[in-house]
Design a protein around this ligand. Sequence first.
Ligand SMILES: CC(C)(COP(=O)(O)OP(=O)(O)OC[C@H]1O[C@@H](n2cnc3c(N)ncnc32)[C@H](O)[C@@H]1OP(=O)(O)O)[C@@H](O)C(=O)NCCC(=O)NCCS
Length: 213
Amino acid sequence: MKLVVANESHFKYAQDICDTIEESAKVRGTGIAKRTPEYIQKKLQNGNAVIALDGEIFAGFCYIEVWGHGKYVANSGLIVHPNFRGQGLAKKIKQRVFDLSKEKFPDAKIFGITTGLAVMKINYELGYKPVTFSELTDDPEFWKGCQTCKNFDILTRTEQKLCLCTGMLHDPKAKPEVKKDKVNSKAFKRLRSIKESLFLKRKASPSPSQGGK
Ligand SMILES: CC(C)(COP(=O)(O)OP(=O)(O)OC[C@H]1O[C@@H](n2cnc3c(N)ncnc32)[C@H](O)[C@@H]1OP(=O)(O)O)[C@@H](O)C(=O)NCCC(=O)NCCS
C-alpha cells in the first residue's frame, strides 16, 4: 500500500472516489456533502490531497480545503474503500493529510465536522478537540457545502449553531497535551443519540443521521 500526495496523474481515480463516497453514504443511510469528479480533480491538481493505492487500485482518499483566507483548513472527504477497511488505513491517511496541512498551512487551524465515531477517534488522537460551531470558520462557502447533506434543515433551524455533526479543531498555537487518552466512545454515542432525538422527527434506521465532510 502506498500513500502519496496526489497530482494530475491520479485524475483517473476521481470518479471512483466520488462513487465510493456516495455508495458508502447510501449504505449507511447517512447525510453527506456531495462532491463532483471535477471538484476532486481540482484538489488533486493543487497537491491538496492524499491518495492510498494498492498497486493501481484505489484504496483511500482525503483532501484539504482552505477557508477564511487561509485562517482555517479542513481535512475533508475521508474515504476508505470497503475492501480496505479495518486495517488502520484511515488513521494513516488522516495522519498524512494532517502533516501535509501543517506543512502547507503552518498557521492555520485545522478542523473537521463529523458524526462518525471512527473519524472522531482519529481526530482526537491527532490532538483535535471537540468545539462548538462558533469556533470553526464562518466562511459561508464552507457551510454551503452542508446544503447537500440530508440534515441541512437542522443546521438552518439552529442558525448554524449546531447540528448532528460534532465540530473538532486543532489549534497549532494551543499547548500540546501531555496526557493522550482515547475518545470516550460511550459519551460520544450518547451525545449523538440525544441530538438525534432532539432534532430528528423520527428515526428510520438505527443510525439514519450521520453526516460530515
Ligand atoms: C470511517 C472510515 C474512513 C474508517 O476507515 P478504516 O480504515 O476502516 O479505519 P481505521 O482502521 O483506520 O480505524 C480507525 C479507528 O476507528 C475505529 N473504527 C473504524 N470504523 C469504525 C466504525 N464504523 N465505527 C466505530 N469505530 C470505527 C477503529 O476501531 C479504529 O479505532 P482504534 O484506534 O480505537 O482501534 C471508513 O469506514 C469509511 O470510509 N467509511 C465511509 C466514509 C465515512 O464515514 N467518512 C467519514 C465522513 S465524516
